[in-house]
Design a protein. Structure first.
Length: 217
């Protein structure tokens, strides 16, 4: 199982894991104990999730892009925020907070201070994003193209933009595919099924009686 980041709304350090995070950790651990391999890529909200929580959840932390050359077509996984290059101020912010020295300095601060900083950052981000043109928050076509070319892949899978869909595009005469996962909120959930038939986006569906099923989106 590959979790492509922003599993959590906010993460201020593994020492700040709340009851929800601990419940998630124990569910993941149980899954791992039943034989699943679990991989985690950071998102723009939980980029401070560290080795201690990963160990507790039996997840392996991966650096993006995650390359899966054994798949047909060769596939790469990303959270997706790095493709949103039209949002220049966000990319500057991202470069700063993904720097290991910056992260070490922040994590050395007391938990209460990090919680305050996290709340402040979310308030600023909400204000900033209000009333902005939605195109800015989507991927940049050139960044997508460069990603396919640089990685030599035929399929790219990411989330982040909350615009689930499967997009076909032509790159150097080859038909490539960009799969955008949907979000997980309340009773909504987005899952991608990949098999020989190709990629199919699925959503969680609660049937009557509360049974959980996956149905095509
Ligand atoms: Mn995100």
């Amino acid at each position: 199982m590959y979790i492509l980041g922003d599993l959590f709304e906010a993460w201020v350090g593994d020492d700040g894991a709340d009851a929800t995070a601990l419940a998630v950790a124990s569910a993941l651990r149980e899954l791992a104990e039943h034989g699943s391999s679990i991989f985690f890529v950071h998102g723009n909200r939980d980029f401070l999730l560290g080795p201690s929580f990963a160990e507790q959840s039996r997840m392996r932390l991966l650096q993006e892009p995650v390359h899966l050359p054994e798949l047909e077509p060769a596939t790469a996984l990303l959270h997706g925020d790095i493709l949103c290059t039209d949002d220049r101020s966000y990319q500057r912010f991202r470069a700063k907070v993904r720097n290991p020295d910056w992260q070490a300095r922040i994590l050395a601060r007391p938990l209460w201070w990090r919680r305050l900083l996290g709340r402040l950052a979310r308030t600023i981000s909400r204000r900033r994003n209000r009333g902005r043109p939605p195109e800015i928050m989507d991927v940049n076509a050139q960044a997508v193209r460069q990603c396919f070319e640089a990685l030599g892949i035929g399929r790219l899978i990411h989330g982040h933009t909350h615009r689930p869909g499967i997009h076909r595009l032509e790159i150097n005469g080859r038909t490539c595919e960009r799969v955008v996962l949907g979000d997980w909120h309340g009773e909504r959930g987005s899952v991608l099924r990949l098999d020989r038939e190709g990629a199919c986006l699925m959503v969680l569906h609660y049937a009557e009686g509360g049974d959980l099923a996956l149905v095509p989106a």
